[in-house]
Ligand binder design. Sequence first.
Ligand code: UTP
Length: 290
Amino acid sequence: MTSRKPIKKAVFPVAGLGTRFLPATKAIPKEMLPIIDRPLIQYAVDEAREAGIEQMIFVTGRGKSAIVEHFDIAFELEATMRERGKDLSILDSSRATPGDIITVRQQVPMGLGHAIWCARAIVGDDPFAIFLPDELMIGAPGCMKQMVEAYNEVGGNLISVLEVPMEEVSSYGVIDPGEANGALTEVKGLVEKPPRDKAPSNKIISGRYILQPEVMRTLEGQEKGAGGEIQLTDAMAKMIGQQPFHAVTFAGRRFDCGSKIGFVEATLALALEREDMGEEVRSMAKRLLD
Ligand code: UTP
């Protein structure tokens, strides 16, 4: 196996407007909405850490400062908790190692591809991961860890995919699959939101990527695509054939927390599984259904 540059950097695009959650997201970033007691961004950062990633690059915009504050030390809060003899370990995962959170600004939300491009100076010449924090990926090991393991085998570019019923494909980015080997499928093409009868597969792109730094140069001169936005899918599609490109079928569950139904489903599913509240939630749900 040839040695590959390890994946140490991750980009978290968090500059979107979150219009589907208005008015909740008028003053609070969508990524700070909690699934029970952890904000969405925390699940994504924990998944990155589990995969060995050390530098978290947030692409933020106006009104998103709460995301950065979440990973800071809350001095007054901690002092008061200490005085009252409260357990501070509950805050551990929200405390960043000094220097490992970096923010760049996307002044105008011009699309996911543009948001990623805004991180080009920090990404430099390294391969890097991308996390869309509103897609909650639950698995053991986590989704990015599964992808990093695949990357160590094949290198190049990787996207996480999962299979959906054919009638749902037109809402997503879909891969044109080549040869498959276990969880790995070669990617021959990518299509954004194809009509059902034109979709090359039912494997949809979910919100985790490992990309080579060349994607930044591809994004540089890219025209606007679907919805008048600079699309990451278009830039990735251009790299196919020039560099290895694979999809990893995620062994786990994905919740689309950018939509209200997905958000409620994630909350219920995770609450039912929690040791500290699962049973109570189950009987509450039964009561409500009756
Ligand atoms: P979405 O398509 O979910 O858009 O973006 P959104 O603005 O967050 O939400 P809605 O559709 O208005 O409700 C997918 C991811 O890309 C980021 C978002 O923050 C989200 O994590 N994004 C999107 C940016 O950072 N910048 C953009 O210009 C667009």
